[in-house]
Design a protein around this ligand. Sequence first.
Ligand SMILES: [Zn+2]
Length: 482
Amino acid sequence: MADFKKIQSYIEEYRQKAIDLALKIWEYAEISFQEYQSAQAMKDLLMEEGFAIEENLAEIPTAFKAAFSVGTGRPVMGLLAEYDALDGLSQKKDSLVQTPIVPGGCGHGCGHNLLGAGCYLSAVALKKYLLDEKMDGTVILFGCPAEEGAGSKQFIARAGYFDDVDFVYCWHPGTMNEVSSKGSAAIMGANFIFDGVASHAGGAPHLGRSALDTAELMNIGCNYLREHIIDQARIHYAYSDAGGTAPNVVQSHAVIKYEVRAPKINQMQELFTRVVDVAKGAALMAGTRMKYEVTMAFSDYLPNKTLARVLDEALREAGAPQWTEEEYHLALQYLRTYSKSIQLSIRNDQMELNQYDAEKVNRIMNKPLDSTVHPFQDHAVTYESGSTDVGDVGYATPTVCLNIATACLGNIGHTWQNTAFSASSIGMKGMVKAAEVMMLAFIKTLERPELIKTAKDELRIKNGGRYNCPLSDYVKPPIGKY
Ligand SMILES: [Zn+2]
């Protein structure tokens, strides 16, 4: 039987290496598809442990697969490591005010340095455990770049890398310790490109056909469309080419970037078709030509409930991270760096503190680090409006994601505060806990192989037996373009 104390001793052996790795990736702070040094640092450490490395997955230079097999090599277990940073979030680690290391530089404002290093820690400790215990299985760590950009997992899934994987446990740094029952929405992004006819806007306007007018008509059409879509759907746009800066030239070219989100992939695809129809109508009205190119898409994510129950069991057994008084104090100082109105919204909305009495709320707000474990609510699975490429893995193989606190309660993602937390002792402690919980869940699943079958049956109902990538084959990873 999986023994948590024993698992902790395996994790302990590699703990310092994982912390050093997390700090290294934090310092590299490389953005989407540019994570060369971060990926190399991970590959070097995995090779040291005898993992076989396959590089350039799905023609993405910073994507890789590291595998280690014991005995028959079955079942095959996957971990999803991310290591990309975010633009504009460079931050000194010990500063309580916004102080970039490099002005305008990149930083790990989503904690993907912890995410990647935590997966490394779980993978190498699990491999050692399998060897010592003579248990069959293959451990695969997938190096997945560009989660913050165009994503990579959907391309890796499309290339078939998850077809032979039996199940995946992954994690994301957060503010609470839970196997979340919240899913994320499907998304598709596309460039709408309009071509018109240039002309003198004063002297010969009747000869011009404006691409800019078309873009504006499309936006107006979509703004009306919003009234007739489901509540949880989202339509966003941004101009990437407004046709130039001269008002006296009828604009002959314009490009708008659109992103369409909806809870389920089929809802998203239906809505995207309606947006394309609006673009066609706009071009008809303005007498211009329209074409569009899909640039990115993620499937929706929902936790595989069978695996979620095992991961939840592992989390309860492992317990929340044990914070020190200094860490509580540091968390409080960071929480206070947010404006009063944000702090209030954190208190009232984000953390759902209304359910507690005033005394408990004050206690939590004065020691704002999650020190409890929140149970998985399998009857309350809902969608959030964010999106992730983990969704595509979840359509290819049974997958579930864990959240562990690596920042103060109420902390907001993609902020300089989050960059600072991702290099702090709070971040590291959360990362080690995540590695322990995932390792325990892997072993618990190995010990109950019937669960793997149930998890796969559950997936079959969702995907009809195979993964369908929301991106057509002609859409290549937009390396250097996104
Ligand atoms: Zn993230």
